[in-house]
Design a protein around this ligand. Structure first.
Ligand code: SAM
Length: 317
């Protein structure tokens, strides 16, 4: 079927499968040093792969596991289970995963309302939890006799609360000033630019400025639960120094690895479904030429729609 001209969804052509497959890694025995696996996508089950990797190499771990719902990925199917069974499933790999953190490292775990309690209980056994981010993701199916599910939690934990890495300045948000206040004709904490009056603000733990990837966005893939690059960019900029290593054990379409590459970090991604490994590889190749991240420009995160407006003003001049 012909695609709409504006449809930018990344697809894998049969002709490119073999060369993309060549870039994948298999890990079947214990690895002494992480170096040969840096900037690689490992095709495998993370519960088998993690015990084979060395400890203490990751500055940041981004975890987006299957939530406790029935979900069909390409070849992988996840079946919902009781809350207790899901907690046990998380416990089965969380300790091994947290051992991969450097002493200064951080971990973020994504979940929905249903799995959030289990995630926080399990995570708190292995790291110190410092916060929970709520992401209002807008998109979500309406229910006939329930509230539409349109938010997710992202739990933030660190290995050592006294010495973890966190770069607040890199994740400040550029917001339009509603009541520009001046003393002696000098703006108080805001700047006048060509596009309007803006203030750089500290990011909170409520994120409502990030859209789920959709068909006309260049980052979009056929993965059913792909995370937005802008969301992962915030995590990486705040919690991984330049040149540091990002580990994602459920990397799916490769978002964490792609954003790590775009922002000058190293990465290790693990994914069970081969098709998504190939999608990740294709996105990673594109990231070598195009490092742009929608919603992040000039070193700042822009409030929704303000970046476009700013561009329009500059174009008119
Ligand atoms: C919620 S999705 C992650 C989506 C990803 N954040 C992205 O932006 O594309 C979870 C992924 O975990 C994969 N998966 C499920 N069980 C796995 C396992 N045991 N080891 C590795 N990957 C697994 C699924 O195939 C799926 O792609």
């Amino acid at each position: 079927m012909a695609r709409a001209p504006r449809n930018k969804t990344i697809q894998i052509l049969h002709a490119e499968e073999s060369s993309l497959r060549d870039g994948l890694q298999k890990v079947t025995e214990r690895v002494g040093e992480i170096e040969p696996l840096l900037d690689k996508t490992i095709h495998g089950d993370c519960t088998h792969v993690l015990p084979l990797l060395p400890d203490g190499f990751a500055d940041l771990i981004v975890v987006d596991p299957p939530y406790n719902i029935d979900k069909r990925f390409k070849q992988v199917r996840f079946r919902s289970m009781s809350d207790d069974a899901y907690e046990q499933w998380l416990e089965g790999w969380m300790g091994e995963l947290c051992a991969k953190l450097k002493p200064t490292g951080s971990i973020y775990v994504c979940c929905d309302w249903k799995s959030s309690c289990a995630v926080s209980r399990v995570l708190s056994r292995h790291v110190t939890i410092l916060n929970r981010i709520t992401w209002q993701r807008e998109k979500g199916r309406g229910a006939k006799s329930n509230w539409k599910n349109s938010m997710e939690d992202i739990w933030f934990g660190v290995r050592t609360p006294e010495q973890y890495y966190f770069d607040l300045d890199s994740v400040k948000q550029k917001r339009r000033v509603l009541a520009p206040y001046k003393t002696d004709d000098t703006p108080r904490g805001w700047q006048q630019t060509e596009g309007g009056k803006f203030r750089l603000t500290c990011p909170s733990n409520f994120w409502d400025d990030i859209t789920v990837p959709y068909w006309s966005m260049p980052e979009n893939t056929e993965h059913p639960t792909q995370k937005p690059e802008k969301l992962v960019a915030k995590l990486i900029l705040a919690s991984c120094p330049e040149g540091g290593v990002v580990l994602d054990p459920f990397v799916g379409s490769g978002t964490s690895s792609v954003v790590a590459r775009k922002l000058g970090r190293r990465y290790v991604g693990i994914e069970l479904d081969e098709h998504y490994c190939l999608v990740a590889e294709k996105r990673l190749q594109r990231a070598l030429e195009d490092r742009s991240i929608q919603g992040y420009s000039g070193g700042v995160f822009w409030e929704r729609n303000t970046m476009l407006e700013q561009k329009r003003v500059c174009r008119k001049k």
